[in-house]
Design a binder for this molecule. Structure first.
Ligand code: MF3
Ligand code: CO
Ligand code: CO
Length: 256
C-alpha cells in the first residue's frame, strides 16, 4: 500500500480523534498514584472513552489485545497488559498508551507518569525521552526526510548515554490504526522518504537506560529490556500541513 495523503476534511476528523486521545491521558493523571492497579486505570479509561467520549478504544480486540490501554512500567518498554495484580508503587515510572477511534479516525498517544517520588535517574530518563520526541517533531515539515526524524531522536538519546529501541517504530495513521510509512526512531539525515503535506503519522521513541535489546514475555505482548534496566516512551500523532506540523494529540500542559 502507498502512503495515504489526507484531505483537510480528513485532518479535521483526525484533530477530533487526537484531542480525545489526549484528553484520556489528562483525565487519568489524578488516578495514577501508589496503590492503584493498572487494571483499575484501564477500566477508568475504557468507561471514559465509551460513555463520555462516545468513542471506540482501538486497542480492544486489536490483534487479540484485550485492554484499552497499554501500561508499561519501569523495565517494560511497551505493550504492558493492564492487570489487577500489578499495583503501582512509589517510584515506578509508567507509560500509558491509548488510541481512540472517533467517526472512523484514529488518535494515538502516550505519556510517562512518575508514580509518587521517583529516583533522579528515572526522572532524567523520562525527561530526555520527552525531549527526543519534541526534537523529532521540530524537524517535521514538508520536504524533510524521515531519516531526519530518526537522527534527531538517536542523536539526543545517545549523547545522553541512552539507547534507542529498534524493533518498534512510529507509523502512518488515519482511518487505519497502523499504516505506511514506518517511522524509525534512528537514522541518518537526508535518508528515507520525503515528508509531504497531508501525511499523518506517529512518533513514539522508546529509549533505554541500558542496551537497546528487548525481549517479549510469554504473554505474547509485554516487551521488556533484555538487561532489566528501565525504558521510557512518549508518543504523539502528527499531521503535516502547509504551515508545517500540527500535533493532533497535544495536551493542555504542552506548549507545542
Ligand atoms: N498504541 C500502540 C502504538 O503506539 C499500539 C498498541 S497495540 C496493542 O502503536 F494492541 F498493544 F494495544
Ligand atoms: Co502508535
Ligand atoms: Co500508541
Amino acid at each position: 500500500m502507498k502512503i495515504s495523503i489526507k484531505t483537510e476534511k480528513e485532518i479535521e476528523k483526525m484533530r477530533v480523534a487526537g484531542k480525545l486521545a489526549a484528553e484520556v491521558l489528562e483525565m487519568i493523571e489524578p488516578f495514577v498514584v501508589p496503590g492503584v492497579s493498572t487494571e483499575e486505570l484501564d477500566n477508568i479509561c475504557y468507561e471514559h472513552i465509551v460513555n463520555v467520549q462516545k468513542a471506540i478504544p482501538a486497542n480492544v480486540g486489536y490483534r487479540g489485545f484485550e485492554k484499552t490501554i497499554c501500561s508499561s512500567i519501569n523495565q517494560v518498554i511497551c505493550h504492558g497488559i493492564p492487570d489487577k495484580n500489578r499495583i503501582l508503587k512509589n517510584g515506578d515510572i509508567l507509560n500509558i498508551d491509548v488510541t481512540v477511534i472517533k467517526d472512523g479516525w484514529h488518535g494515538d498517544t502516550s505519556k510517562m507518569y512518575l508514580v509518587g517520588k521517583c529516583q533522579p535517574h528515572n526522572e532524567r530518563l523520562v525527561k530526555i525521552t520527552q525531549e527526543c520526541l519534541y526534537k523529532a517533531i521540530e524537524v517535521v515539515q514538508p520536504g524533510a526526510y524521515l531519516g531526519d526524524i530518526g537522527h534527531a531522536i538517536q542523536q539526543h538519546a545517545e549523547s545522553n548515554y541512552y539507547s534507542v529501541v529498534e524493533e518498534y517504530c512510529g507509523h502512518g495513521i488515519g482511518n487505519v490504526y497502523h499504516e505506511e510509512p514506518q517511522i524509525l526512531h534512528y537514522g541518518k539525515p537526508g535518508r528515507g522518504i520525503q515528508i509531504q503535506e497531508g501525511m499523518c503519522f506517529t512518533i513514539e521513541p522508546m529509549i533505554n537506560q541500558g542496551s537497546k535489546h528487548c525481549k517479549t514475555l510469554q504473554d505474547g505482548w509485554t516487551v521488556e529490556t533484555k538487561d532489566g534496566r528501565n525504558s521510557a516512551q512518549w508518543e504523539h500523532t502528527l499531521a503535516v500541513t502547509s504551515r508545517g506540523v500540527e500535533v493532533l494529540t497535544k495536551r493542555q500542559e504542552e506548549s507545542l
